[in-house]
Design a protein around this ligand. Structure first.
Ligand SMILES: [Zn+2]
Length: 158
């Protein structure tokens, strides 16, 4: 039974379940979240190429109370494999596709067709979680040495 209709036309703040304490409660208001099937625009980097993919999945948990959606990270990794055929963690989720916004006479056209642009509802916050963690390289020895030297200098000044 569906007790709550999710308004996908509403731009939301996006959280990853891996970033919050309780994945089935809203990180902002603690309301129990509602799982729903939605279509997402995912973008992956394959080498230097950026490829967009549309993927429908049940990895989104929506807050009935505020514009928040919590995305299940594993579900999106799986979804990425299904649509792109590659296992990659280098992807971002650009937003939710509001399929209700497509007029009936355009529904037979493929998404992204000139006459049928993707009705993308982008997230309110940028989708940098995954990239941030993968670009966080440990500092190498040279840098560490430099840092130490700098610290010594500071101490000497005192
Ligand atoms: Zn909430």
């Amino acid at each position: 039974m569906k007790t709550y209709d999710i308004d996908v036309s509403l731009p939301r703040r996006r959280y990853w379940d891996t970033d919050i304490e309780s994945p089935h409660r809203c990180p902002e208001c603690q309301t129990p979240l509602v799982q729903d099937f939605q279509m997402y625009l995912m973008v992956t980097k394959q080498g230097k190429e950026v490829e967009p993919y549309l993927a429908g999945n049940k990895g989104g948990w929506f807050c009935p109370n505020c514009p928040v959606v919590v995305l299940n990270y594993d579900e999106f990794v799986q979804g990425m494999v299904v649509v792109s055929g590659v296992t990659t963690k280098e992807f971002t989720v650009a937003g939710i596709v509001n399929s209700d916004a497509i007029p009936d006479d355009k529904k037979h056209l493929p998404f992204g067709h000139n006459d049928n642009p993707i009705p993308l509802v982008e997230f309110l916050n940028p989708t940098h979680h995954q990239q941030a963690s993968s670009t966080k390289r440990p500092i190498n020895r040279k840098q560490r040495r430099k840092l130490k030297r700098r610290l010594k200098h500071k101490k000497k000044k005192k």
